[in-house]
Design a protein around this ligand. Sequence first.
Ligand SMILES: [Mn+2]
Length: 307
Amino acid sequence: MRNNINIMFAVTPDYLKYATVTAMSAVKNLKNEKINIHFLYADIYNKISSINIFNYTESIKNTFCNKNINIYFYDCSSMIQILDGQNMGMWGEISLSHYLYFLAEKLIDAEKVIYLDTDTIVNCNISNIYNIDIKDNVVAMAKPSGLESMGKDVSNAGVVMINLKKWKNEKILDDILKFGKTLKKSNFCAQALLHYYLKGRNLIYYFDAEYNIFPHMYIEKDISSMKILHYTGYTHCRPWRDIDHCQRGSDLWWKYARETPFYEDFIYDIIDRKIDECILTTTLKYKLKKKFPKLVKIYRYIKKFYK
Ligand SMILES: [Mn+2]
């Protein structure tokens, strides 16, 4: 058990199915390594019934029923009040789930763990990254290309290895949450918090950018050479919504989605969205924004005014 690889997800329960796709990609690329998969979740919006959550977790356990895989679920609902007072930015509670991985120290009995966003796909043996010696650093993150506009050293929190031993020993949780209350509102809240807290203390190890790569930004690179793909960004299509092949590497996401018990759900969702006018509005807005950025600003202003 001690030598197992540990990965974790932090989600609202409706995202457990997306986390399962990412977990499947990690599992399918293992050789004989053993892996513990930790799902931290909290029903922040109170919109999923406990029966549905039970059914999700049962399906996931059955999917990964293998002697090399251990699955753990942690309902963090009763713990999230410790996140009160963090500046979440304009996405508000949406961002709350991003903070759940800060709770790992209280739940996961391992020396280190890799947190993965649910919009990532592992395209390598994850032991390659798990076995990197991050020395005395508290976390390891990558600085993917595409974030330069946010600052020279800004790292992305879609893939984070946490040195849980050091995190616990140095009582980082209390300290980082205290620090979080002093930060200005930020839309990349949990990421900014990690970054500003740890960077000021020289506690971040930087992974090779290959371990957190935004496929649409590396047109010259083969998908097969990307180690962890991160389908990030609200202006770029998520693979599970990508009916028009707008997102590079979507097919890799669907390859693993097909192996989960949620494949039919994904198909249903995509059809549902297709017939929903909302998707048309979103696409239209996106296209308008691209072509007439000023027009969108005016539209926002008018909308605000009428609210
Ligand atoms: Mn992401």
